[in-house]
Design a protein around this ligand. Structure first.
Ligand SMILES: [Zn+2]
Length: 136
């Protein structure tokens, strides 16, 4: 199939399973005289059945989601990562490490607004916000 395949792997299997479940539900509902439910389940079965067999999902298309060819994509990612490591990796790593340090995980006191330094006495106040023990 050449038409924008964007459903694959587990997603495709899940949709196939859903199509089966919905088909059963549709038949049951229609037998019980619940025509609307049977109709909706039948439509769902058709949609998911179409997704599973064609590998194309309009919703995935709209969302820019692509679950097709997961395995080959993983391989490509691994390759591209190992390639980029050899270039100017050292400077990249430094800048990443630097930004991580700057952004670092800091707690802010909900009472006074100042940072709570590691090791400083702190605790949740009545509303569950973390504050300095002295601000509580
Ligand atoms: Zn404080």
């Amino acid at each position: 199939m050449d038409l924008n395949e964007n459903v694959g792997g587990r997603d495709r299997l899940a949709r196939a399973a859903l199509a089966v479940v919905l088909t059963v539900a549709a038949v049951r509902s229609l037998r019980n005289g619940k025509r609307l439910r049977g109709l909706l389940a039948g439509i769902g079965a058709l949609v998911f059945g179409f997704n599973a067999t064609s590998g194309y999902c309009g919703v995935n298309d709209v969302l820019g989601r692509d679950t097709a060819g997961g395995e080959s994509e993983d391989e490509e990612t691994v390759v591209s990562i190992s390639e980029s490591d050899e270039g100017d990796a050292s400077s990249d790593e430094e800048s990443i490490a630097g930004s991580k340090k700057e952004r670092g995980w800091t707690l802010t006191c909900a009472a006074c607004g100042n940072d709570i330094v590691t090791g400083e006495a702190r605790g949740p106040n009545e509303s569950g916000d973390i504050v300095h023990e002295t601000c509580n």
